[in-house]
Write a new protein. Structure first.
Length: 157
């Protein structure tokens, strides 16, 4: 397995060198390699749904933004760059941060929705337990307070 890993690293470095010789910047090379990896499906764990799927998408966007973000920060902080280039880089950094923040907010809303549906399912299960306790208990069991214990347990949810 080490041979496969070493071969893969060698191939990636060879491709990186070929792209650099073609005139691509380091940020562009990283984005090209990430896009190729995503297209080939390396690291895929199967079909995800809901919150996990969206969280994976957000992390993919962040991962794709990182090489460009580094280049934009360098250009923004470079005192030899023109003023307009520095402003452009600052705007790009702000837009990327905004996109990531919006995507994270959407994932947080879905997490809240997931929590609400779990709470609803627990409440419905508690109600069913209470109904079953009432329907299948004798009068003496009902009078002893067994159902009240279920009610107390359900209130702690």
């Amino acid at each position: 397995m080490a041979d496969t890993s070493a071969t893969t690293e060698h191939l990636v470095e060879a491709e990186r060198e070929r792209l650099a010789n073609s005139g691509y910047s380091e940020a562009e090379i990283s984005q090209i390699l990430i896009a190729r990896e995503a297209r080939l499906g390396f690291g895929a764990q199967g079909a995800a749904s809901g919150v996990v799927s969206n969280l994976t998408a957000v992390m993919g966007h962040v991962r794709n933004f990182l090489p460009g973000l580094k280049a934009d920060f360098e250009r923004m902080l470079n005192t030899r760059s023109s003023f307009s280039a520095r402003i452009e880089a600052a705007v790009v950094v702000a837009l990327k941060a905004f996109v990531v923040a919006v995507l994270c907010y959407i994932v947080s809303l879905e997490c809240a929705q997931l929590k609400a549906s779990v709470d609803k399912a627990r409440a419905e299960a508690c109600i069913e337990r209470q109904k079953n306790a009432i329907n299948f208990s004798t009068m003496s069991e009902l009078m002893s307070g067994h159902v009240r214990e279920l009610e107390k347990d359900c209130k702690t949810l």
